[in-house]
Ligand binder design. Structure first.
Ligand SMILES: [Zn+2]
Length: 179
């Protein structure tokens, strides 16, 4: 059976046995940003159920200009239902043995710079090969971006693909103190 046929067959079983209608806004008031890597699916490793959280996945689970655009768009969508960023939890989860770590050398600095929206000389500051430093850098990037609501709570996790454990590296709640 080819991939699509197999997946559509699984969908038929889901629609018949597990599907239920869900509210528009996620029950946990949370968004998880993590890597596209098949080993770090938050539905499995964080036990997320349907209807509980928004999920954005990209290479590395990193904050990039594209992710910032996504967050702004999703905030606008949530606002149509009266949702606000107050008490909303943004969870950044990077992981060990990430494919992006392999691109940390100078030969990939142009590509990674474009990805992160920085110059090739600034790529090292993004800690492209260190998930612990990477989540700290990304939390700082969010905190320094006035487009991102300061009332968000932001948590940085590192998931270890060897042990299956996620470690809390940093949490800021709220992201920015209002002065
Ligand atoms: Zn990865």
């Amino acid at each position: 059976m080819d991939q699509v046929s197999e997946l559509l067959e699984r969908n038929s079983r889901f629609a018949e046995s597990d599907h239920e209608e869900l509210p528009f806004l996620p029950r946990l008031r949370a968004l998880v940003l993590t890597c596209a890597d098949h080993r770090v699916d938050p539905a499995k490793v964080l036990g997320l159920e349907l209807g509980e959280a928004l999920v954005i996945r990209n290479g590395g689970g990193r904050i990039t200009p594209a992710v910032i655009q996504n967050l702004a768009m999703l905030a606008a969508v949530a606002a149509t239902e009266g949702g606000s960023s107050e008490g909303f939890e943004l969870i950044l989860m990077q992981h060990t043995d990430c494919g992006v770590h392999r691109l940390a050398g100078p030969e990939h600095a142009d590509a990674l710079g474009a990805y992160f929206g920085v110059s090739p000389e600034e790529v090292a500051e993004k800690a492209p090969d260190d998930p612990h430093e990477g989540v700290r850098v990304d939390i700082e990037t969010l905190a320094n971006n006035p487009v991102v609501p300061g009332s968000l709570s932001v948590t940085g996790l590192v998931y270890d693909v060897k042990t299956g454990r996620a470690e809390l590296v940093e949490r800021r709640s709220p992201l920015r103190e209002t002065s």
